[in-house]
Design a binder for this molecule. Sequence first.
Ligand code: ADP
Ligand code: MG
Length: 251
Amino acid sequence: MAASNTAGTEPVIRIEGLRKSFGDHVVLKNIDFDVMPGEVVTIIGASGSGKSTLLRCINLLETPDSGHVWFHGQDLAAEHVDVNRLREKIGMVFQGFNLFNNLNVLQNCTLAPVTLKKMGKADAEAEAMRHLTEVGLAEFAKSPVTSLSGGQKQRVAIARALCMRPDLMLFDEPTSALDPEIVGEVLSVMRDLAREGMTMVVVTHEMEFAKNVSDKVVFMDRGVIAEQGDPQQIFTNPRMPRTREFLSRYL
Ligand code: ADP
Ligand code: MG
C-alpha cells in the first residue's frame, strides 16, 4: 500500500492537463493525477466516461492530444521514448483476457519474457511457475488455456503480466466479463498483489474492492475527473452531487 511518507518520492505516473479526442469528440480533458509507488488507485465512473481511454494513454496505446504523462519522471510525449521498452514495464490486464488460445498456460507466461526480454527458457519457466503458484494455478501449467474457466483465464493473464516484472499494473474492468460467483477469486489475487506493494491502477465497478483495497479513488464523469481522493471520504461523504448520484446506483 501507499508509503506513509511520500514526500520527496517520485510518482510512478504523473498526469497533467491530459486531453484526448477522437475526431471532434473530446473524450478526456483537464486530467491531472499521480500514482505513487505502491499505491492502488481505482478509477470508477459510468460507461463512456473515458476510463479505458485514460488507461490506454498511460501505456501509449493512445496518444494524447495535449498534456503530459510522465512514467518515473520520463515524459512519454518525448520523441525519443522507446514505446516497446516502456510497455514492458507496464502490465495490462483486460476484461477479455487476451490470452493466446493456441498456447498452453505456461507458454502464455513465457512467450514475452523469452522473445522480448531474451530470457532463457528455463529461467522464464521457473519464474512463470512462481507466478502461477501465486495465482493458484501451478497445476494447470500444461493445460490449454481454452480448457480454463473465465476466472482461471484472468488469473493466468495476471500471472503472465507479472512475468515481465512490471513496475505498474493496469487493470481495465478485469472482472466485468466474469460470472458473479467467480469474481471473488480474481479480486482476491489482486488484493494479494496490492498487499505485496504492487503499484496498480484499476478500472472497476467493484465498489467494495475500490473502498477496501485502494489508497485513492478517482471518479470520472464525461471525460473529466469529477472528484478524487481517499476512498473512505469518497464513499461515505462525496463532495460532488454527481459522485453521490453515481454511487447511489451501487447501494
Ligand atoms: P469507458 O471505459 O469509461 O467506458 P472509454 O474510454 O472506452 O470509456 O470511451 C470514452 C468515449 O470515447 C466513448 O464515448 C467512446 O465511444 C469513445 N471512444 C473510445 N475509443 C474510441 C475510438 N478508438 N474512436 C472513437 N471513439 C472512441
Ligand atoms: Mg472501458
